[in-house]
Design a protein around this ligand. Structure first.
Ligand code: UD1
Length: 327
């Protein structure tokens, strides 16, 4: 049987590069497409990097045919919620329209299966702050809407005979490769763990806590933080599932319990050995109070078993990478 290859879009980015490490370790043949707008060429370890945009259909078609791709893992997207509120059309262009172009190429090239990076942001503010896959999607920011529209395109294309897919709705991804080879290098980071590590190491001033009056136990926002290594493993599980003929599905990817902003800051403080400096600020636009996964379905459907469900471990790996970046 000919071994076919996998196209990883956004493979130079934070999550894509961590998935790439596991694909390469599993002996998969991979080609990466990334426009390096937010990713880093040196995060692409063990695969060929093609620099370009997923919306470029001529390029994508060439890659799919030239590398005999039968599977696409689609990470390339813009991912910053406040930016999506300020510039929604950019998000619909980069996330929704670009995905549409990619899907057309996948259909035309006979790609068999797709694993798609979706987001818990599709849920908006679910009742009680807990989201199950059948909780109605009701995004409250353009980022979430842009991802939901991509899910709909996948669903409709699969129903019309296109590729089967697994859409993974990521909760709050954090931490870095436990072996320290790669991490989160994003410039102008906004994600809590990254910002907290930068603040701990004095790379920026005090961290702003966005909102202390939420209806949560300590008044700050609650999220389901999942280690990027566990998230990456879910993609390999999804790949196995699809190759075994599994039906198209959409699954939450989180641990199933949440931590507040203050709890995250405390964990980073423990990893650092000193408290993270912070100031209390008003709420940030587009933020729900609480968002936690109901995560039973991914465990039963894909057999996914997380290994790093530990806030302190997430904090240690995130901080270790941040120190490495400082040289
Ligand atoms: C959001 C999306 C998520 C997406 C991620 C990428 C939602 C519900 N989730 O996560 O799907 O993958 O963006 O950008 O839209 N916080 C502070 N100070 C900071 C930074 C963050 O207090 O400097 C707080 C936020 O208000 C929030 C929590 O920390 O309560 C997590 O924020 P962040 O790490 O930015 O991720 P989300 O916005 O939850």
């Amino acid at each position: 049987m000919t071994r076919r290859s996998i196209l990883v879009t956004g493979g130079a980015g934070y999550i894509g590069s961590h998935v790439l490490l596991q694909l390469v370790a599993a002996g998969e043949r991979v080609v990466v497409l990334d426009d390096l707008s937010t990713g880093f060429a040196d995060a692409v370890l063990g695969a060929e990097l093609s620099v370009g945009n997923v919306a470029d259909q001529a390029l994508v078609a060439r890659l799919l045919r030239g590398h005999e791709v039968d599977t696409v893992l689609h990470f390339a997207a813009r991912t910053i919620v406040p930016e999506s509120v300020a510039d929604p059309l950019r998000y619909y262009a980069n996330n929704t329209c670009a995905t549409r172009n990619l899907l057309e190429c996948c259909r035309d090239a006979g790609v068999a299966q797709i694993v798609f990076s979706s987001s818990a942001a599709v849920y908006g503010t679910p009742p009680g702050g807990i989201a199950r896959e059948d909780t109605p999607a009701a995004p409250i920011n353009p980022y979430g809407s842009s991802k939901l529209m991509s899910e709909w395109m996948l669903r409709d294309l699969a129903a019309a005979g296109g590729p089967r897919y697994v859409a993974l709705r990521y909760f709050n991804v954090a931490g870095c490769d436990p072996a320290g080879r790669i991490g989160q290098s994003t410039a102008h980071a906004t994600l809590l763990f990254k910002v907290a590590c930068e603040a701990a190491l004095g790379k920026r001033g005090a961290l702003s806590i966005f909102g202390t009056d939420y209806p949560t136990p300590d008044g700050t926002g609650v999220r389901d933080y999942i280690h990027v290594d566990d998230l990456a493993r879910a993609h390999l599980d999804a790949l196995r599932y699809l190759r075994a003929g599994g039906a198209s599905t959409t699954l939450n990817c989180g641990y199933g319990h949440g931590y507040s902003v203050r709890e995250v800051l405390a964990a980073v403080g423990r990893a650092h050995g000193a408290p993270v400096r912070c100031v209390e600020c008003p709420r940030r636009a587009g933020d729900p109070a609480s968002l936690v996964a109901e995560s039973a379905q991914i465990r039963t459907t894909l057999g996914w078993r997380p290994r790093h469900d530990d806030l302190d471990f997430i904090a240690r790996t995130a901080l270790a990478w941040e120190k490495k970046l400082s040289g």
